[in-house]
Design a protein around this ligand. Structure first.
Ligand code: PEP
Ligand code: MG
Length: 572
């Protein structure tokens, strides 16, 4: 009888395949020597990692829901027991002392010894405990390093990746692998991990809490990314039902292809602009294939997360921006300047000990503090602007000075380029992201200095409702239909219309087909989303009657809570 786990569905349909449980043991383990006087310090680093891993397991143990399967408690207690065993906790001390090596290398050697012993065991139950040892050491490696996971290649054509956590940086690396689906224990619905998962258009479920502990290597699992359900070791009847759901989903996807070349026009003849969000230059192919009229958001910071050690140089950035501009064949490309910080932290920034990164040096604030980094990017962007229609977009604006200073940098760099005889678009447009409530409320002042704005609802909701978008414990509060959000959106859109400057939306709300009619009613005419969402939203636009939708606006603005908005939406 299978186990059913519930999490946050990221979409992408249904997958049936075999689990490939990844662990940090699959990362390249660093090996380096240490001085004799550093041995005690290395041993305490190792002990601290053991303590952290134990703490994590004890917290998990304390949070087991009442109705959780009994296996869960058994797994966790076995893992805690292993963590208390001297073969894992004390033997590596001896290796560090004898070989004067780093803790990771000592642990790796001890793990190899243990795994070799397991391989000789004939009794099946005991041999299966091998994966428990791997999972426990995985926790210790993670506590020691906090490195990004290097994705191992899928072991079979129908491999489903099972991981405890994947950072946005891990996800970028996953773009090049070919998994069938994937699931993780943690993650919020608009976290960057979720956004990247959606961009891969694979069935995915996040925030499953105990999947990595419960699922065994090679086990048959069903991933229902639509409903956020994972079924482990399903019986034949369940398999038959999910195979049927899988083919329904595939049929609905095929039907959407019929509108690939249709113009996004409402039933009453209003043209809507549908743009794509991308993370890496190669994503433009998918954007074009899904009929995007341009790129509404290129999250350029992902170029900075690809290589752990080196920042992309000006020339490397120039090549990437030029590639995007050229491949979009004359369509406009909005490139967002570096938006690092919060959950997108490259190796060189990991040292930062900001007490609250989401309210710290992030987005444009980091660029204002690291002007060399910012100016190098602006130079690369301006140089690339000679090869296509590039527009700039500044993230995390909260203060007008950030716009003034960005303009000053831009003008200085234009002068430099002109003096060097390098071509660039002297009229390049500068836009700003509206994703902090302060900027939303004073958008009129921002629009006097900007050429356009784009609403980043992922952060706007996070900051308006004080809900961490990465924390699945509060994801039930991350509600795009909260009246505070509706009022801010309405204010930003109507103010931009009154001033006569373009306003787009590039947060996940724009790509959610369930919200298309609401956004059309609020006056939005430019939507930017992951390519995988474009046709679903276009379907809604083709069916929409704007005149009727607009009549609902007064009632929407009077709604007192999200449920009232939801009820009104159901009738739209
Ligand atoms: C947003 O905040 O809505 C947005 C589009 O930016 P990001 O998701 O990259 O923070
Ligand atoms: Mg944002």
């Amino acid at each position: 009888m299978g186990i059913t786990l519930h999490g946050i569905g990221i979409g992408g349909g249904v997958a049936i395949g075999h689990a490939h449980v990844i662990s940090h043991n699959e990362i390249e383990i660093a090996h380096y020597g240490i001085a004799e006087e550093d041995v005690p310090q290395e041993i305490s680093r190792f002990d601290a990692a053991i303590r952290l891993a134990r703490q994590e397991l004890e917290t998990l143990w304390g949070s087991i829901p009442e109705h959780a399967p009994a296996e869960l408690g058994a797994f966790l207690s076995l893992h805690i027991m292993l963590l208390n065993d001297h073969t894992l906790t004390a033997e590596p001390h001896l290796i560090i002392e004898a070989q004067r090596c780093n803790a990771e290398w000592a642990l790796k050697q001890q793990l190899d010894i243990l795994l070799a012993q397991f391989d000789e065991i004939e009794e099946e139950y005991l041999r299966e405990r091998r994966s428990d040892v791997i999972q426990v050491t995985d926790r210790i490696f993670k506590a020691l390093a906090g490195h990004h996971i290097q994705p191992p290649a899928p072991s079979r054509p129908d491999s489903i990746l099972v991981a405890h956590d994947l950072s946005p940086a891990d996800m970028v690396l996953f773009k090049d692998t070919h998994y069938f689906a994937f699931i993780t224990d943690v993650g919020g619905p608009t976290s960057h991990t979720a956004i990247l998962a959606r961009s891969l258009d694979l069935p995915a479920v996040l925030a499953l809490r105990h999947a990595q502990a419960l699922i065994r290597e090679d086990e048959l699992i069903i991933v229902d990314g639509i409903n956020g359900v994972v079924i482990v070791d399903p019986d034949e009847q369940v398999l038959v039902e999910y195979r049927a759901r899988q083919s329904d989903w595939q049929a609905s996807q095929r039907a959407l292809q019929d509108i690939r070349y249709a113009h996004p026009v409402t039933r009453d003849g209003v043209e809507i602009e549908l743009l794509a969000n991308i993370e890496l230059p190669d994503d433009t192919a998918l954007a074009l294939a899904q009929g995007a009229a341009g790129i509404g958001l290129f999250r350029s910071e992902f170029l900075f997360l690809r290589d752990e050690d080196d920042l992309p140089t000006e020339d490397e950035q120039f090549d990437a921006y030029r590639q995007v501009a050229e491949s979009m064949q004359g369509h406009a490309v909005v490139i967002r300047t570096i938006d690092l910080g919060k959950d997108k932290i490259p190796k060189w920034q990991e040292e930062s000990d900001s007490p609250n990164p989401a309210l710290g040096l992030t987005g444009i604030r980091l660029c204002m503090a690291e002007t060399q980094l910012f100016r190098t990017q602006l130079r690369a962007l301006l140089r690339a602007s000679a090869y296509g229609k590039i527009k700039l977009l500044v993230p995390m604006l909260s203060n007008l000075n950030e716009v003034r200073q960005t303009r000053r940098h831009l003008e200085e760099i234009k002068e430099q380029l002109a003096a060097e005889g390098l071509p660039f678009d002297a009229e390049i447009e500068l836009g700003g992201m509206i994703e902090v409530p302060a900027a939303a409320l004073t958008v009129g002042a921002f629009l006097k200095q900007l050429d356009f704005v784009s609403i980043g609802t992922n952060d706007l909701i996070q900051y308006t409702l004080a809900v961490d978008r990465n924390d699945d414990a509060v994801s039930y509060l991350h509600d795009p239909l909260h009246p505070a959000v509706i009022h801010l959106l309405h204010h930003v859109i109507t103010t931009a219309d009154r001033i006569g400057k373009p306003v787009a939306m590039c947060g996940e709300m724009a790509g959610d087909p369930q919200l298309t009619t609401l956004l059309l009613a609020l006056g939005l005419r430019r939507f930017s989303m992951l390519p995988a969402q474009l046709l679903k939203v276009k379907r809604r636009i083709l069916d929409a009657d704007l005149e009727r939708l607009q009549q609902a606006v007064p009632a929407l603005l009077l709604a007192e809570d999200a449920n009232a908005v939801r009820t009104l939406l159901a009738d739209l």
